[in-house]
Each structure stands twice: as C-alpha cells, then as structure tokens.
Design a protein around this ligand. Sequence first.
Ligand SMILES: C[S@@+](CC[C@H](N)C(=O)[O-])C[C@H]1O[C@@H](n2cnc3c(N)ncnc32)[C@H](O)[C@@H]1O
Length: 243
Amino acid sequence: MTDIGLPGNSENMALFFDTRAISYERHMQEAVEDFSLFYRGITEALPELGNAPRILDLGIGTGLELNHLFERFPGAKVTGIDLSSGMLAELVRKNPPWIGNLRLINDSFLDLDLGRQAYDAVISSMVLHHWTPRIKLEIYRRIHATLLPDGTFVNGDFIVPTDESARRLALFAASQIDERHQLHIDLPLSLDCELQLLTNAGFSAIVAPFRRSHAVILAASKSQRGKHNEPEQFDTPAAHLAP
Ligand SMILES: C[S@@+](CC[C@H](N)C(=O)[O-])C[C@H]1O[C@@H](n2cnc3c(N)ncnc32)[C@H](O)[C@@H]1O
C-alpha cells in the first residue's frame, strides 16, 4: 500500500497497474506480511462449494489468489474482472493450468452489472481499499445481490486504525475528487468500519480467519446460517466478530 496518493500524485488506476504488472507478484511477496498464509487464507475462508462452484473475483489481477483456489476447487468456474489490461495480460502470459476455467473481463466492477444470484462465492484480494465507505457499501450491496442465497463473500484487504482511516478520508474529501474515481488512491478503512459496512449490506456470520496489523481476511455469509469452515484451521486464532 502506498501513501494516500492525492492530487499531484494520484495515478490513473489502470495505468498504475499496467506499468507494474510484470514486477507485481515479486513486489507483493515482499509487501504482504505472511504472503503465503494470506493468499492460502482467501481460499480456506470459503466453505465447501461442491464440484464446480461459480466464483466471481473482483480485481483478479495476475491471479495470485487462484493457485490455492484451484487446488481446492479444480472444477471451479471463475469470472475475473480487472481494469488493467496489463495485469490480465500477465495472468495469460503465465498460462496457469487452470486458465481454461477462467472468464476474464477487462472492465471496471464499479460500472458493470454483476447480476443477481449468479455466484456461489465472490472473492476479492487487495483491491477494495480505494473507495470511501459510501461507495464501498454500494459495492458490498451489489456483491450481496449477485451471490446465491447460501453464497459467501471473502475479502482480503488492507486495514488501518480508525484515526489513520479518518485522516485519509478527510484528505480525500478536501480534494473534491469524485467518490467513484478510478485513481490509485489508498483509502483503507478500519476493521470496525469494514464490519459495519458488511453488516449494513446484509451479510452475517462474519469471521476473520486471517488478521495482521495491516491486513485482514473477512468471510461473510449471505444466509443467516453461514457455512464457513471452522476458523480454528487457520494460522491465527480466528475472531468471530459479528453480529
Ligand atoms: C493490488 S492488485 C490485486 C490483484 C490480485 N487480486 C492480487 O491479490 O494479487 C489490485 C487490482 O485491482 C484492479 N482494480 C482496481 N480497481 C478496479 C476496478 N474498478 N475494476 C476492476 N479492477 C480494478 C487493478 O487493476 C489491479 O489489478
């Protein structure tokens, strides 16, 4: 995560990732605390999904989160959306064994119709920390709507303490940049705010199977029952956080 990146140094989102696509995975290995546990954790936060689950990946990038996903769900059908053609080209260049199970869409998930009750799971990794709580709530509501009634949303992303989040949001508000921007601006929220937004979007049985100072994986169920894996199987003691 870079600093907030406001006027003067805020780059176009697609261009930012296009120009970094080739070195992206190396960078993430250094930048993400407990990199392997984090990326494995995205998959392990999912419940049992059957033989050929339909999964939507928002901001699929070079597909880092999919290696473990296809180990666990070899028959998964993944729709991956990404704004950066460079990141998608890098994914295709790597030619992973599961590439035939992907449908790639080079567009913004802010603009696309994600559909209704179309997916068993929605995943997103290191993507959604660029928007204000208002826009994020909109995104979470659309994710909720596109999940099947028993569906699960797994979001692994940066978090910051409440005061740091407030500082960044105040700078952003002062900049008068459109809240639905497509710029590389880092606006990570606090864990409490994330939980509130997920709850307000209609999710329940929210668990955090991976939690470090600057990153968390949150798994949230659409149904009241929830059907997550037992969080104990993860590296860190999981916190049952809400409701
Ligand atoms: C830090 S990368 C994460 C990639 C991958 N999920 C991972 O964990 O390695 C963020 C990705 O989100 C994509 N992205 C950002 N905003 C987007 C938007 N509005 N629509 C689609 N993709 C977006 C970027 O192009 C980039 O590939």
